[in-house]
Design a protein. Structure first.
Length: 282
């Protein structure tokens, strides 16, 4: 058949062209002139692909968890903790990716302990007021008892306070030894005198106290004369009014103040009075 014959051309055109294509394809595949294909890179080995894949899985799981939790309000929401945990992890990953390397770490938050108790504020401790210290009682000397020695100390202390010399102390002690034996006496004639502290009583008119001074003679009231310190001060004041008493004998100076019916009786107490004055002024 001639190639120009139309019927031949029709037959030729009617033949499928896929055969040549298949042959060419086969030749490319198995022929010796086949061009090798470039090696394919593992898709999952790329770091960006793995990060994208992990992020996509995280987001899908979060959406599924939220959809499941919201699908039925009547069912218990058991997936909420999982969704919250995934969301927290995604937020942490995002924060780490965007945080600068030189950024300071946030200070840790310290929560108070539920069992901690507030420390009580110490209160000021009140000290008990100190009790007044009683003066030490003098040790008795010269045969005196404690009551006599206490009265002798009052006489000496008043004389020292009035800046009286040592001889005046001996004169006053000798006078009190003779008049009352160094006891603070009340008077049987003056019942009022018994209302005040006393160490006995006498009956020589209205004489009271250590020096047996009489209220009727102007020495003072009964209440005043029954106080040993007042009686001693009254005696020293009267002695200072005697001109030249410092040059007198002990018994002469005592008699000048007391005007006693027995002027020489005071002399017998001078030695003991001197011993007592020395012990109380040492």
């Amino acid at each position: 058949m001639h190639p120009d014959d139309p019927s031949a051309q029709k037959l030729t055109d009617a033949r499928p062209t896929t055969l040549s294509d298949d042959a060419a394809s086969t030749e490319r595949t198995i022929g010796r002139h086949r061009v090798p294909e470039p090696p394919r890179r593992a898709l999952l080995g790329s770091t960006p692909v793995r990060v994208a894949l992990a992020t996509g899985v995280t987001c899908c799981l979060s959406l599924v968890a939220v959809a499941t939790a919201r699908g039925n309000d009547d069912t218990p929401r058991t997936v909420e903790p999982l969704a919250e945990a995934l969301a927290d992890r995604a937020a942490i990953a995002d924060e780490r990716a965007s945080r600068s390397l030189d950024r300071d770490a946030a200070p840790a938050r310290i929560l108070p302990s539920p069992t901690a108790k507030p420390t009580p504020t110490p209160t000021a401790v009140r000290k008990a007021p100190k009790k007044p210290v009683k003066p030490r009682r003098p040790r008795p000397v010269a045969g005196l008892d404690q009551a006599q020695m206490d009265n002798a100390k009052i006489i000496v202390d008043v004389g020292v306070e009035m800046k009286m010399p040592r001889r005046a102390l001996v004169v006053a002690l000798s006078t009190a030894m003779q008049e009352s034996n160094l006891y603070n006496l009340a008077s049987d004639v003056l019942p009022e005198s018994a209302e005040y502290p006393n160490q006995g009583s006498g009956s020589d008119h209205d004489s009271v106290g250590l020096f047996q001074q009489r209220p009727s003679s102007g020495w003072g009231t009964v209440a005043q004369l029954m106080r040993p310190s007042y009686a001693a001060r009254a005696f020293y004041s009267a002695l200072n009014e005697i001109p030249g008493w410092q040059d007198m004998s002990v018994t002469g100076a005592a008699q000048a103040v007391q005007i006693s019916a027995y002027p020489d009786a005071y002399a017998q107490h001078e030695d003991r009075a001197t011993t007592v004055a020395a012990a109380l002024t040492a």
